[in-house]
Design a protein. Structure first.
Length: 349
């Protein structure tokens, strides 16, 4: 489900960010480094977030025109800022009221591995909402239909400055009004609780795309004798490992079940290990946390069991669902599709 952003949408989000920057009650430093926070920093922080919220409420209104969802564009003093829902009100039958559901709208990118909340945030929201069935997390991505433009040229701020300044400096940027918000997922708090995994503070942040088709490169390296043959495995549980010898394997994933026959190879040095799989048959690999993987016969794959990011140590407790497992969980009837949950939100909010 998509919503095409308008001139008014951009203007609303841009003006909010500028007012926030100029407000003397707002922090003038960044959260992490404590350095001075410029207008550009504020625009980067708020432009996408507010446009995402605008996109979601317009999609909800298209599903139920009798209700108008209200977003928070007030500049409250810091001491009044609480963990409030992103949709703070509803207008129905010309009357304003509080929403019946707690909606958290989050931006998600192609490279995101996990979805969910910090455990502290979820517990705080649950105290407010009272019922996990009344909590919904809506994940959105942003795209642009100006197809001949590169990702850098589709930068939101650059595209909008092109529209409002008419300076040649910004000529290469995309058309801002070809930008759209796309719903990537919508899950309830109850679905997050039932299917999510708690990743504790100081634990590790793991990759979720475990099997990467590596084509002919591996075949050439294999023929050169650069890999140790670990033998054939026909069904059963695929053994986990760590690519970094200083870190433990991701036991939090649980059993990785193999249906099919594979041959496993390993390449190791003093600091790291890589394992590779050759699918001797068509293979299905299933995991309760990561979902399902399909490996094609006669193809080679990197068994990519690595951590993510320069610093993979988690700073907080989190409750997460692997983003790639959503289709698998829907197939199992464990969560509803984004469209089903959005219709539920539009009706119940």
């Amino acid at each position: 489900m998509k919503y095409n952003l308008t001139r008014k949408d951009f203007q609303t989000a841009f003006e909010f960010a500028v007012k926030y920057h100029l407000d003397p009650t707002k922090s003038g430093t960044t959260r992490t480094a404590g350095s001075a926070r410029s207008l550009g920093d504020v625009l980067d922080s708020f432009l996408l977030g507010k446009l995402a919220e605008i996109g979601v409420v317009n999609i909800l209104q298209s599903l139920n025109s009798r209700k108008q969802c209200v977003l928070d564009f007030d500049l409250k003093p810091i001491y009044e800022v609480k963990n409030e829902p992103d949709i703070i009100g509803v207008i129905e039958n010309s009357l304003s009221r509080k929403p019946n559901l707690f909606i958290e709208i989050k931006n998600t990118g192609r490279g995101d591995h996990w979805l969910g909340l910090t455990l502290e945030q979820y517990e705080t929201i649950k105290k407010s909402a009272k019922n996990p069935n009344k909590i919904f997390i809506v994940g959105v991505s942003i795209g642009n239909n100006d197809l001949d433009k590169s990702p850098k040229e589709k930068d939101l701020l650059g595209a909008y400055l092109k529209k409002i300044t008419n300076l040649k400096t910004f000529d290469k940027f995309a058309d801002a009004y070809k930008t759209f918000i796309k719903i990537e997922y919508a899950i309830s708090g109850a679905e997050l609780e039932r299917n999510g995994t708690v990743f504790k503070k100081n634990g590790l942040f793991y990759n979720t795309d475990l099997f990467v088709d590596i084509g002919k490169f591996f075949k050439r390296a294999l023929e050169a004798g650069k890999f140790k043959d670990l033998g054939v495995q026909n069904g059963g549980e695929l053994k986990k490992y760590s690519q970094n010898k200083e870190l433990p394997p991701p036991d939090i994933f649980g059993a990785i079940k193999l249906d099919g026959r594979v041959r496993i190879f390993e390449k190791a040095n003093d600091k790291s290990v890589r394992r590779f799989i050759y699918a001797e048959t068509d293979v299905t690999i299933a995991n309760n946390i990561l979902g399902e993987f399909k490996l094609e016969r006669r193809k080679h794959y990197l068994y990519d069991m690595r951590t993510v990011g320069r610093n993979p140590i988690l700073a907080r407790n989190n409750i997460w669902i692997a983003k790639r497992s959503l289709g698998y969980l829907q197939k199992q009837g464990l969560i509803k599709s984004a469209e089903e949950n959005l219709k539920k939100i539009a009706k119940g909010i």
